[in-house]
Design a protein around this ligand. Structure first.
Ligand SMILES: Nc1ncnc2c1ncn2[C@@H]1O[C@H](COP(=O)(O)OP(=O)(O)O)[C@@H](O)[C@H]1O
Ligand SMILES: [Mg+2]
Length: 203
């Protein structure tokens, strides 16, 4: 099915482990009715992850990306997927409408990962990943500039605020794609432009 026939957008929520991807996806799925596509679950369900050979890190799975894409291609073509994964450049840009890179203060992230019981090496790798902005760069390299948004997730209010912004973006997307055509922007303007888009007002 051509990408333009999607009636709901596909949104990637990405970022370093521990930044708050799953928290955002769950809240967004429950408020919008879109589907939380947790790639961890897909990997488990289809058994497409090889255990890492690193003895310090036996739980990490090396995922076969081609097989992963085969497993989720139909879902992506249908649309309405909120993709939860700590990588983003494997998803075909033609099937992706928005990429949110969740960011977190180093100390806050360190405490969260420590609480998760991460060992020192894995902790350091993930801290480096956040400090070097690896996921932000990956997103910017793989997708058009206007589709990539950076969102902070440090306090509880951040999740609510971010989810509200994404909801507003989804509303605009639906309007631009012929859904909810009757819902007019405040002031009754026509098609949404970037400057009207809540996603980019503060970004
Ligand atoms: N904005 C936030 N405020 C407070 N706690 C948060 C926030 N974002 C995430 N957390 C907490 O941080 C931990 C990791 O979040 P999670 O959503 O599981 O991250 P990820 O899916 O990116 O690994 C969880 O305990 C979650 O409740
Ligand atoms: Mg998660």
């Amino acid at each position: 099915m051509p990408a333009m026939l999607r009636t709901d957008p596909n949104i990637i929520i990405t970022g370093t482990p521990g930044v708050g991807k799953t928290t955002h996806c769950q809240q967004l799925a429950s408020s919008t009715g879109l589907h939380h596509l947790d790639i961890n679950d897909v990997v488990k369900k289809h058994n497409i992850g090889e255990s890492s050979t690193d003895p310090e890190d036996p739980n990490t799975k090396i995922v076969d990306e081609d097989r992963l894409l085969d497993c989720i291609e139909n879902d992506l073509e249908e649309g309405g997927q909120i993709i939860d994964w700590h990588a983003c450049d494997l998803f075909p840009p033609s099937l992706i409408d928005l990429v949110c890179v969740i960011r977190c203060d180093n100390q806050v992230l360190y405490d969260r990962l420590k609480k998760r019981g991460y060992g020192e090496k894995k902790l350091q790798e993930n801290m480096d990943c956040e400090i070097m902005e690896v996921l932000l760069q990956e997103a910017r390299d793989a997708y058009p500039e206007e589709q990539v948004v950076e969102l902070r997730s440090e306090g509880t209010g951040d999740v609510d605020g971010n989810v509200e912004r994404i909801e507003g973006w989804i509303k605009n997307w639906r309007k631009d794609h012929g859904k909810e055509g009757e819902v007019e922007a405040q002031g009754g303007k026509g098609s949404a432009k970037d400057e009207d888009n809540p996603m980019f007002l503060h970004g």
